[in-house]
Design a protein. Structure first.
Length: 98
């Protein structure tokens, strides 16, 4: 999957996810796939940003929103890697360019 900075990402529908949070980490069950995942602090914050977004976001936009919330954002490479991994896990999906 391409890690193009212009690639836009969206969360799968929030209704498909069951989330439980402890100490900055999230356990998420994807009802679509039946899989459960433990997300570390950065991935947890990225998922929250995507779930709250009203439109698909680029990696840079995710970073900007993390910074705006006072979260300690990862590097551009780390955020892009989280988004790519979310795509592999079925927690987010790339969206067509606007």
């Amino acid at each position: 999957m391409s890690l193009s900075p212009a690639l836009r990402w969206r969360s799968v529908p929030i209704e498909a996810l069951v989330l439980r949070e402890w100490d900055g980490e999230i356990v998420v069950r994807n009802e679509r796939s039946g899989s459960t995942h433990l997300l570390g602090p950065l991935a947890s914050q990225v998922l929250k940003v995507l779930a709250a977004a009203d439109r698909p976001l680029t990696s840079a936009e995710v970073e900007d929103r993390l910074a705006a919330t006072g979260s300690s954002p990862g590097t551009a490479v780390e955020v892009a890697a989280v988004l790519s991994e979310f795509g592999r896990l079925g927690l987010a999906e790339p969206a067509a360019a606007a």
